[in-house]
Design a protein around this ligand. Sequence first.
Ligand SMILES: NC(=O)c1ccc[n+]([C@@H]2O[C@H](COP(=O)([O-])OP(=O)(O)OC[C@H]3O[C@@H](n4cnc5c(N)ncnc54)[C@H](O)[C@@H]3O)[C@@H](O)[C@H]2O)c1
Length: 327
Amino acid sequence: MPVKKQKPNTQTILVTGSAGFIGFHTAKQLLESGHHVIGMDNFNIYYDYTLKEARNAILEDFPNFTLYRGNIEDIEFLRAVFESHTIDKVIHLAAQAGVRYSIENPHVYIQSNIVGFINILEEMKRVGIKDFIFASSSSVYGENKKVPFSEMDRVDHPISLYAATKKSNEKMAFTYSHLHGMRCTGLRFFTVYGPWGRPDMALFKFTHKVLLGEEIEVYGHGRMMRDFTYIDDIVSGIIRSLEKPASFEIFNLGRGEPVKLNDFIKAIGVSTGMKVKKKKLPMQPGDVTKTYADISKAKKKLGYKPKTSIDEGVKNFVDWYREYYKR
Ligand SMILES: NC(=O)c1ccc[n+]([C@@H]2O[C@H](COP(=O)([O-])OP(=O)(O)OC[C@H]3O[C@@H](n4cnc5c(N)ncnc54)[C@H](O)[C@@H]3O)[C@@H](O)[C@H]2O)c1
């Protein structure tokens, strides 16, 4: 693979899950800042892979982007990538996401989120890369009763296998920071939404149905509270973590202002200009009633400051959706 010329003060950053929602936006931001990004993704079919291909096509337009297609649980594949480049830092976002899917398909979570995670850490150790940023999740808080959720709270009761894998990732990263001097930052993302978002998530599904004039299924009777966080705010938190390496830190990246699902749905009605027809259903297994991030630690240590209101963020999503799907 030919080595591309880089601007001074730029780095080579591996972004795993680069064709995914958060990985795509993160990689794009890094590419625009002049960094060389090594993207990695298996383009799996958990959701419509053509959306992953469309995101990736945008990244491939940058001359400072190099993509590798493969599985992070495949150690030979990883070894070849880590040997082809001198990587400065790793942002690890590839994972099997989704709470509900982990109830039906537990093994894929162990493969991608546990085996894949340890493979990345081992490769970093082998070639001597020290800086590691990785995706954790607000789901580690389970049914935490105390709000807002703080990084100091005990999180020992994951109520889905997905959450259990994310909690394990935090522990594995701690071990590698302790044993091998790696600088590891785990980011607990809170319900991320925005343009190019995930088709399995509420905003995407609701917008699709609302624009067709169809009824939407609202779990927890719409009374569940979620700390919805706009993608650009999440990316700014990731980039800030990259710029401020710590020996080991966990940060909540949320908006710090939860909203009722029913209010979020109202914003979809306003942005689409459509009447929303709701079918109210009970909570689903694995779902939590409320997520609410205490973001004071990220504000203080990273200078993280979420800026996007729900109305603005939902409008940006709906505008993107209409343009992309020609609706
Ligand atoms: N979106 C959210 O609200 C949210 C909230 C909390 C945590 N997270 C975490 O953030 C990260 C990114 O999430 P996202 O929303 O962008 O999800 P996503 O599914 O859009 O992106 C993940 C990407 O990783 C790839 N991938 C999955 N398993 C892989 C494997 N074994 N090998 C190689 N590639 C693989 C997928 O093809 C996908 O493109 C994940 O770790 C997720 O668990 C997301």
